[in-house]
Design a protein around this ligand. Sequence first.
Ligand SMILES: NC(=O)C1=CN([C@@H]2O[C@H](COP(=O)(O)OP(=O)(O)OC[C@H]3O[C@@H](n4cnc5c(N)ncnc54)[C@H](OP(=O)(O)O)[C@@H]3O)[C@@H](O)[C@H]2O)C=CC1
Ligand SMILES: O=C(O)[C@@H]1CCC=N1
Length: 271
Amino acid sequence: MSHAALPSLLLIGCGKMGGAMLEGWLEQGVEQVVVVEPYAGATAAFAGRVTTVDSVEKVPAGFSPAAIILATKPQQAEAALPGCARFAQAGALFISVMAGKTVAGMTGMLGGDARVVRAMPNTPAAVRQGFTCCFAGEGVTTVQKALADALLSAVGEVAWVEDEGLIDPVTAVSGGGPAYVFLLAEVLEQAAISQGLPKDLARRMARRTVAGSGALLAASELDAAQLRINVTSPKGTTERALNVLMAPDAWPKLMEEAIAAATARSRELAG
Ligand SMILES: NC(=O)C1=CN([C@@H]2O[C@H](COP(=O)(O)OP(=O)(O)OC[C@H]3O[C@@H](n4cnc5c(N)ncnc54)[C@H](OP(=O)(O)O)[C@@H]3O)[C@@H](O)[C@H]2O)C=CC1
Ligand SMILES: O=C(O)[C@@H]1CCC=N1
């Protein structure tokens, strides 16, 4: 009998997001994984740890996954999903991480009775520090919902919403959120170089400052605002910087605009 923490999985699309979750699942221990991925380079890092095929038709006939994770680009869904209809007919659970793609759109491609959880994870899943927000479509059983929760909890924190429409702003905030944080590390490094710091030191300090702040935020019960205030000595240096960043037209407004733009794009991708 297997002692793996997680059951057998079929992963459709092993790119940046599928690969990040797979890394987390393998670290946790998974019974068996079959990956459908046409681009051989994408699965090189998993050689020897998963079975890889280049199309869903080549999934071994006897393989019966507990869940099928749909992780192609949204624009590839029409090509990738119809081949999965046989799993839908068998009542399997589908977990889609595709931005924008609605449960109704996916069941249309998989077959009317397909049981689909629409999930929006993020790439820190690779180090089991992800955040995933989920919506369960019609027909998903309590046991299947618990399975989806267990799989996604294995790679980070999980939340569920009852309103599918909320997944679009979730996509903008936590799905894409790591990109905004990595951008912060990039621009902080660049600004350090502009002040005369050597490139290697600038890179080290920007990375460690972003990562260390994230770790402090994760470990603390204080609000982000209080942690910010704790850095900001009255009439000191940080206050001068924050006067620039928190000016009415600066970060708060720009972030509102950025999140609104990404939310709108998620809605567009439904089509
Ligand atoms: N990247 C992220 O941080 C996040 C991404 N997502 C969602 O995850 C999904 C994947 O994104 P991401 O990983 O960035 O994209 P990638 O392009 O890195 O990954 C998609 C992979 O699927 C492969 N693929 C294409 N067609 C098929 C097919 N028919 N069957 C199986 N695999 C196929 C692609 O191959 P090829 O390159 O050759 O086309 C590619 O390797 C998207 O829908 C995105 O919205 C969600 C949350 C966060
Ligand atoms: O950029 C995207 O569309 C995907 C969804 C969230 C993160 N990456």
